[in-house]
Design a protein around this ligand. Structure first.
Ligand code: ADP
Length: 429
């Protein structure tokens, strides 16, 4: 590691959650990179970064594995000079009966020698607020918000003190809203009092961004903080008041020259709408026929030939199809197998296109984005301005920078593809 090192290091328990907190830090004025997994100790991508977000995939794995990966990420971030560590999880507190929020928070606190650690999942901009220790999603309690039916992390109790206690060895307490409303000094005093009474983890109420900023201020000397991405709103100011942050606009990314493409592998309603909009505008689009793919026909080669035949226009290559067609294909070849085949095909397509000079990729679909990024060998992302809520423009680190807009299927308006292409072409949105 050269230079002064980064200020804030985040350990995120999934990929899109990592992008979310990275985006929040950029909005709050910090130059931020996101690494996919744990980088090598002296990876040049972290040079000049003011915040580093390590994206793990540890939300639903065994607690012991989540702890081991998180401690490895901590080692890396400490080695990179980070002075404050944020363990980022979902603002709906997605976790299983055994973890992994409690075990990871406790292991990180132990490694850092911190006796009491806050847990502040609130993210008011997305309707997630915490009051009297209870998490609300919009107007509904967590356990009545639909999250009680989540396939991997069903949240059946909105009382986060109870939920976190069930996963933790130490004692979980609460800092309530009246205390937060009194300001940072009162929060600090309440944390000290709770610590003296034996608490090791503290759920903190917050119903507004102002509350999160107060919590950030109150915890300016906590090496470890845990929460949703909202907690990142209040942290950069702790470094800004000491004049430690650069004045440069954190969201400015280098301009990436080259050809562009749109790849869509999501079957969500929103992506269907975006694909339909593209086709209605008579822009060139190649549909990946999954049955032909399953039959071993040269679908990727056809997609590449289609791209070659439209050198003067941006091309969309898509597997996206309406729900009834998707179900037919899934019934014929199995949902998982079909999904893997499509992801593999779009990954291969992305790599061939990169070899043909494509440098800007708009990708629709969470898993699809993962497959494309992996196939392109991308290890890290510099995070720029938001194109749509939850979708920042990014530029990959490494020798051949690529401009990437990676979106979850249901994000963005009907004209997202056009907006994203424009944003990537300008180096920022
Ligand atoms: P989202 O963000 O909308 O969930 P993902 O990319 O995460 O999108 O997931 C969509 C999944 O559906 C991927 O595994 C993708 O390969 C698969 N898929 C996309 N199109 C088809 C299709 N026409 N038939 C079968 N599976 C498909």
């Amino acid at each position: 590691m050269t230079g002064r090192g980064a200020f804030i290091g985040c350990i995120a328990d999934d990929f899109t959650g990592a992008t979310d907190i990275a985006s929040t830090l950029v909005r709050a004025g910090m130059k931020t990179v996101q690494s996919i997994g744990i980088p090598e100790a002296d990876d040049p991508m972290i040079a000049n970064a003011e915040a580093i977000v390590v994206a793990l995939k540890s939300r639903t794995i065994a607690a012991g594995d989540a702890v081991a990966q998180s401690l490895a990420a901590l080692d890396f971030l400490r080695g990179a000079g980070c002075r404050q560590i944020v363990f980022k999880y979902c603002s709906t507190f997605d976790s299983t009966e055994h973890g992994n929020i409690g075990p990871v928070a406790e292991a990180l606190a132990k490694a850092l020698g911190q006796q009491v650690t806050i847990a502040a999942p609130s993210f008011p901009a997305n309707g997630r607020t915490v009051y009297n220790g209870h998490l609300f999603v919009g107007h509904a309690l967590l356990n009545e918000s639909g999250m009680q039916n989540h396939p991997l992390t069903p949240m059946k109790d909105a009382n986060l003190v109870r939920v976190l206690q069930a996963q933790s060895k130490g004692t979980v307490g609460l800092i309530d809203l009246p205390t937060v409303l009194k300001g940072a000094e009162h929060v600090r005093a309440a944390i000290e009092k709770a610590q003296a009474e034996g608490a090791t983890l503290l759920i903190v109420d917050a119903i507004s961004e102002a509350d999160l900023k107060v919590i950030g201020q109150a915890c300016h000397d906590h090496i470890l903080i845990t929460g949703g991405s909202g907690i990142a709103l209040g942290l950069p100011d702790n470094f800004r008041t000491n004049n430690e942050l650069s004045d440069a606009d954190a969201a400015v990314l280098p301009v990436v020259a080259g050809k562009d493409v749109v790849l869509a592998g999501s079957g969500s309603l929103r992506t269907n709408l975006q694909v339909a909009r593209w086709i209605e505008a008579e822009r060139p689009a190649y549909r990946i026929d999954v049955m032909k793919l399953a039959a071993g026909e040269p679908v990727v080669e056809e997609a590449i030939s289609f791209f070659d035949a439209h050198t003067d226009q941006t091309v969309l290559i898509y597997a996206t199809s309406p729900a009834d067609e998707l179900r037919q294909v899934q019934a014929a070849i199995g949902a998982q197998k079909a999904g893997e085949m499509v992801e593999h095909a779009l990954g291969l397509t992305a790599r061939s296109l990169r070899d043909r000079g494509v440098r800007r990729f708009v990708v629709a679909g969470g898993e699809t984005s993962g497959a494309v990024v992996q196939s392109l060998g991308v290890k890290g992302l510099r995070i720029g301005a938001s194109i749509a809520p939850g979708v920042p423009a990014t530029v990959s680190t490494g020798r051949v920078p690529l401009a990437l807009a990676l979106k979850s299927g249901n994000f963005g308006e009907a004209d997202f593809f056009e907006k994203a292409l424009l944003a990537l072409a300008g180096g920022q949105s």
